[in-house]
Structures are given as C-alpha cells and as structure tokens.
Design a binder for this molecule. Sequence first.
Ligand code: AMP
Length: 284
Amino acid sequence: MILFKKADELTKYLRTKSEKGLITGFVPTMGALHDGHIQLVSECKANSDLCIASIFVNPTQFNDPGDFKKYPVTIGQDIIALEKAGCDVLFLPDVQEIYPDGTTHLPHYALGFLETVLEGFYRPGHFQGVCQVMDRLLSIVMPDKLFMGRKDYQQCMVIRKLIGLKQWDIQLQWVPTVREASGLAMSSRNKRLTETQRQQATAIYHALSLISKTLRPGSMDAYTSNATQQLLDAGFEAVDYISICHADTLEAVDVWNGQIPLVALAAAFIGGVRLIDNMPLTGV
Ligand code: AMP
C-alpha cells in the first residue's frame, strides 16, 4: 500500500493510473476502522482495478465539538487493517491539506429537503460539512467508483445529490450494513460503549427488525412509538427519532399504502454516545 499525505502528489499519481485505463475505486473514512469499513474495501477491490482509501476526521461535519474531540483515533491499527485487506493507496491528509484556506469560507450546497429531516434536523450543518469534505476529497481523487455504507443511509442520499450537483461522472455504490453477531451495526462510536451498553444497544436492531417483520399497510404510528419505547426500556437515555420514510425521498410516511418503498431509520443515545441505524422495509 502506498501512503500519500499531499493532495497534489496523489492526484498526479492517480492521473497516471487513469491514463492507463485503470478503474479507480474510493473508500473515504474517518478511521477507527472496523469490519464495516473493511467490507467497503473488499467491495471496492472486487469492482475496480485500484482501491484508494482515505482517513480524515473532518472537523466541519461535527456539529458537537465534544464529539469531534472524543472521536477515536487508531491510525497504526488502521494502516495494518487496510494493508491486510489489500488496499492499494491510502490518503492520510492533515486539516491544512484539505482546507488550505481555513474552514470559515467553505461552499454551501443546495441540499434542499434532504438536510431538513432526520440527521439534517438533529445535526444542523452536519451534511454541509460532509459535502465540504467530500467535494474536496472527490476533486483530489476523482474516482470512477465511490463506495459508501448504507449504515449512513441519508449520507448516501446526500452524496448522490452532491455528485448530481457537481455533474461528476462517479458511480456511487451503497454497501449493505455490516453488523456484529448480536445485530448491532458496526460503528467507530461503539468503541466508546461499555460491554453492558453494547448489549443494550442491540435494541436498535431488534426494534427495527420487529418493524420489518410485523409491517402491514395502514398507520405507521404504533410501529414507531413501540420501537421508541423498546429503546427506552433497553436503557437508551434519549431517542432522537425512529422514523418510517419513503426510501427514495426520506419523506415521513404516516400511512402506508402497501406499495411505496420504505426504510426505517433510528438515532438514539446510550452512555452519551449517539448511534444511528436503519433497515429497508420493502426490499429496496
Ligand atoms: P466513517 O468512518 O464513520 O465516516 O465511515 C466511513 C464509511 O464506512 C461510510 O461510507 C460509512 O457509511 C461506512 N460504514 C460505517 N459503518 C459501516 C457498517 N457497519 N457497515 C457498512 N459500512 C459502514
């Protein structure tokens, strides 16, 4: 694996690869890698000729500065894991490299409805930060294919929108969520949970699975309120949302006609750690 810290050197290197006709695939991450990230690398390797990963904890996407400070950093282990997974190139920039002119006058993106709901509502400015870093990373790497996790469902939708706004010829692949044997969605934030909290946190998976198994057309109210209660009973301190939405637009669906594609999404706090998860309900 070749490691680059400088954007222009990486761009130059990748240009030579593209000129040779190689299909490049990109896996952007914030590090503290787990098997979910490694699955993205595997998908990337299986579907492209050159796999490029990045590790950059982006300050502009943390609406809570405390969350940014506590974000786990495990660079040494991450490099070993990427190497083992067969990643070809690692981009490891510092903040100055990504934001050479600072972070105060970065572009604003017309995300519309998408950033007014769910994560957009509860984490104001978060998706602007995600777009700022992805705009920069994608401009540097300009991959043929981009691999992102369905675990961050709304983020995938935001990046699809960004690619459209920029009119880039980049194919976005949504990789299914990798879970622990317990059902808990893998997340770098799980590292901050105690063993007991990790057990309790599986309630998100169980609540979403129950919605999926019992769903019938009609009012969605009881499904979301029962799921919220399940999380509180399991020991979650607060539930930001459990929402059943149109899978293509994220508009909330109050009454389901049995036909439109649905996804259930959740965000809740346990041990002061905010976890998110989602589950397609209609085979989308
Ligand atoms: P992060 O490092 O949290 O920014 O995540 C980097 C990429 O890994 C994003 O595209 C995430 O959606 C993806 N990802 C995170 N957790 C999982 C998971 N459990 N399964 C699949 N992809 C994941």
